[in-house]
Design a protein around this ligand. Structure first.
Ligand code: SAH
Length: 368
């Protein structure tokens, strides 16, 4: 049993089963035993790798999308350039380098990093040495200023609750103990849940839906700043439009593992419900783009030309790796369609380039 499993088992024995969200929150961010709190999980030697770690082109192209929005909004001269969950700081370093090519933007931008893990903060400090970056604990701590923000594979790390449809109500998936005192999933008694009333129409008996309780407030904090002050925010993650089915997963050493087996030692994630992202952003007064597949977005932002430019002067293994990275980011059988992007921008301003149009039901309601 991991130390965190022992601690959770004691808590459950005293006060009863806990929700998946409570389990996930401690597994990821418990100050002494949490997965992110105690390690750098990224890269080939780690448990998983991410788009900015695969190629510099990812951060470069997203930087240019933000730069276009900055230009379209009149090039404000003091902006917050923010990232939530910046990992090793690789993407922010790529963004800052790219923005030097956009006259005035790097000088206008103060980098702000929202990061919960002390270990990853150290990595970010090393990657961003001398760039004048500031670190914050929470999105709500971001200053009120035009905000240009990226969040790649951050929302999938937010704790989720799972519900199984049972007649007119729902049974929640909980974490309890088996006879041997080991952590096991179980189900609560059925009960109605107002937050899921609208899902009674599109789910069948026994179907699973997920709710991410922290997501609306985080998206609203970002979207509210963008709506009030200007800016743009881009969220990228694996997920879809409206939660359907069990997407809770644990990954260790680049392979799926049982999420309850070694709490604190595996990365736990769930697919992001982009409809929930869009709804929270629109409710906070911002406009949204459609949910756009990562491959299509990067193609439209010019990844082919950038890849070709970088390939000049490369050879051998370096070139092979570069070509593989381009394919990995964009190909439908790799990250190209599983990963989606959605941008938030102020109403009445052009959306950042490269994104699909929003579906009609996320357009702001006209006021008379
Ligand atoms: N964006 C990076 C890292 C993704 S991993 C990349 O693409 O490589 C998830 C990141 O979110 C890590 O930096 C993790 O420490 C951070 N994180 C997870 N939960 C968080 C929370 N509640 N608040 C702030 N950061 C969090």
């Amino acid at each position: 049993m991991t130390p965190l499993a022992a601690l959770l088992a004691r808590r459950i024995a005293q006060t009863g089963p806990i929700s998946l969200a409570e389990f996930m929150a401690d597994c990821l961010l418990h100050p002494d035993h949490g997965y992110y709190a105690t390690r750098d999980p990224l890269g080939r030697a780690g448990d998983f790798t991410t788009a900015p770690e695969i190629s510099q082109m990812f951060g470069e192209l997203l930087a240019l999308a933000l730069a276009q929005a900055w230009t379209d909004q009149g090039s404000p001269d003091r902006i917050v350039l923010a990232e939530i969950g910046p990992g090793r700081g690789t993407q922010m370093a790529d963004v800052l380098r790219t923005l030097k090519a956009v006259p005035g933007m790097r000088a206008a931008a103060q980098p702000h990093l929202v990061e919960a893990s002390p270990v990853l903060r150290d990595r970010q400090r090393a990657a961003l040495d001398g760039q004048g970056a500031l670190w914050l604990d929470r999105v709500e701590d971001l200053p009120e200023a035009p905000t240009f923000l990226l969040a790649n594979e951050f929302l999938d790390a937010l704790p989720i609750r799972q519900f199984v449809r049972a007649g007119p109500g729902w049974r929640e998936r909980m974490v309890g103990l088996d006879d041997g005192g080991r952590l096991v999933p179980g189900l609560s008694a059925p009960a109605p849940l107002a937050a899921l009333d609208r899902r009674l129409d599109d789910t069948a008996e026994g179907e699973v839906v997920e709710l991410c309780p922290a997501l609306p407030a985080i998206v609203a904090a970002v979207a509210g700043r963008v709506a009030r002050q200007g800016g743009a925010a881009i969220f990228i993650d694996y997920g879809g439009w409206r939660s359907r089915g069990d997407t809770f997963q644990a990954v260790q050493d680049h392979a799926p593992v049982d999420p309850f087996a070694r709490p604190g030692e595996a990365d736990l994630t769930a697919h992001v419900d982009f409809e929930a992202v869009a709804r929270a952003a629109v409710a906070a007064g911002a406009a949204v783009t459609g949910m756009t597949p990562q491959g299509a977005l990067l193609d439209r932002l010019g990844i082919a030309a950038r890849a070709e430019r970088l390939a000049r002067g490369m050879g051998g293994d370096t070139l092979r790796q570069h070509l593989a990275a381009h394919r990995r980011l964009t190909h439908p059988q790799e990250m190209g369609t599983v990963f989606k992007a959605l941008a938030v921008h102020p109403r009445g301003t052009p959306p950042p380039p490269g994104f699909d149009a929003p579906p009609p039901d996320t357009a702001p309601v006209a006021r008379s």
